[in-house]
Design a protein around this ligand. Structure first.
Ligand SMILES: [Zn+2]
Length: 319
C-alpha cells in the first residue's frame, strides 16, 4: 500500500469510530425519530418526581397522648381512719367508696349506693348505707331524735347527697336500720361550724379544753320513726300521748310503740357498752339539748316518768 492509501484507511477507520461514539450519545427517539406518546414521558417524569420526594413516614406520627381521666377505681387510697378496737372493721375504706359514688350521675349513684354494704356495728341492724358521713367520730354521747315523718322519707333524705344523716333509724315495728358506721360521724346534729348555732348548754359541742368541736364527731345519732307533735296534724290517726306539761307548747304527740321502745333500749345499751358511754341523762340525750329542736319530745321518757296519758315509767329509771 502506498502512504496515500494508508492515510485513507486510517481516516476511514477514525471517522467510523467517531460516528459510533456520536451515536452512543444520541437519544433513541432522535435516533429512530419515533414519536413517543407524551403520556408515557409524563408518567416517567411523575414517577421520577414521586420517587425523588422523601418517602412518607409509614409510621403514623405519634400524637401526644391526652392526659387520661383517672378511672374512679384508680383514685388514691386515703389513709384509713383510726377506730376503736371494739367496733368491726369494714373491709374497705368507706370514704373512698363514697367519694366514688357521689361523683356518679344520679342513676348510677342510686344503683351504686344500693350495692354498697358493710358489717353493721349493732347485731341485727339492717344496713341502708348513707354517704353523708365524715371520718373521725369519737362518740361521747348518744343523741335521740324523731324523724317527723315516715321511714322511707327519712332514709331517702339520708341517702341523698349533701343531706343530713344518722347512724340508726328505728322503725315503728322495732326494726333497726344502720346508715352510717359508728366510727364515722353522721350529720344528725350540726352547729354549722359556729358554736353559737348550737345551744350554749350543748354537752358535746366542746372538747376537754373547751374548744369548739362539731357535735356530729362526738356522738352516735338514733332517729326514731315518729311524727312528734300531732295536735295540728289532721292526717295522724295513730296512738297518742297527751302531755299535761305541754312541752314545747304541744299537748298531743305521737306515741312511741312498745316495739320501738324495746329496740331503742337494747340499741342504746349496746352502744354505751361498746363505747364506754355512761347510761345516764348527761350522755343519752335528746336533740333538743343541742339545737333549738323539739325532738324526741316528752313522749320518749328516757330517765323520767311521764306526766300525761298514758302514764309510763322511765325507760331507764334513775335510782
Ligand atoms: Zn333531731
Amino acid at each position: 500500500m502506498t502512504p496515500r492509501a494508508y492515510q485513507l484507511v486510517i481516516i476511514g477507520l477514525l471517522s467510523a469510530l467517531v460516528t459510533q461514539i456520536a451515536l452512543l450519545y444520541v437519544p433513541a427517539d432522535r435516533l429512530y425519530d419515533v414519536p413517543r406518546p407524551a403520556g408515557v414521558v409524563y408518567a416517567q417524569v411523575i414517577s421520577v418526581q414521586v420517587s425523588s420526594t422523601p418517602p412518607p413516614n409509614p409510621q403514623p406520627s405519634p400524637t401526644p397522648s391526652l392526659t387520661p381521666t383517672p378511672a374512679v377505681e384508680n383514685l388514691p387510697t386515703p389513709i384509713p381512719t383510726m377506730q376503736p378496737e371494739s367496733t368491726p372493721t369494714p373491709a374497705m375504706d368507706l370514704l373512698a367508696q363514697c367519694r366514688r359514688i357521689d361523683a356518679l350521675s344520679e342513676y348510677d349513684r342510686v344503683r351504686a349506693l344500693s350495692e354498697l354494704t358493710w358489717q353493721p356495728d349493732y347485731q341485727g341492724a339492717v344496713v341502708i348505707p348513707s354517704c353523708n358521713l365524715i371520718a373521725g367520730n369519737e362518740p361521747k354521747a348518744v343523741v335521740l331524735h324523731y324523724t317527723g315523718g315516715s321511714l322511707s322519707g327519712a332514709t331517702n333524705r339520708f341517702q341523698s347527697p349533701d343531706e343530713a344523716s344518722a347512724h340508726y333509724v328505728v322503725d315503728r315495728d322495732g326494726t333497726v336500720y344502720q346508715l352510717v358506721p359508728e366510727r364515722y360521724g353522721a350529720y344528725h346534729v350540726n352547729c354549722y361550724s359556729k358554736r353559737s348555732f348550737c345551744l350554749e348548754t350543748c354537752p358535746i359541742c366542746e372538747d376537754e379544753e373547751g374548744r369548739f368541736v362539731e357535735p356530729y364527731v362526738q356522738s352516735i345519732g338514733i332517729e326514731i320513726v315518729n311524727w312528734g307533735p300531732v295536735d295540728e296534724n289532721a292526717e295522724f290517726a295513730g296512738p297518742l300521748y297527751e302531755d299535761y306539761q305541754m312541752a314545747f307548747g304541744h299537748r298531743y304527740w305521737e306515741e312511741y310503740t312498745p316495739e320501738q321502745i324495746a329496740a331503742v333500749k337494747a340499741l342504746v345499751e349496746d352502744i354505751c357498752a361498746r363505747w364506754g358511754i355512761p347510761l345516764d341523762a348527761e350522755h343519752v340525750i335528746g336533740h333538743s339539748l343541742i339545737n333549738r329542736k323539739t325532738d324526741p319530745g316528752p313522749a320518749l321518757n328516757l330517765f323520767w316518768n311521764r306526766y300525761g296519758v298514758p302514764a309510763r315509767e322511765a325507760i331507764w329509771p334513775q335510782p
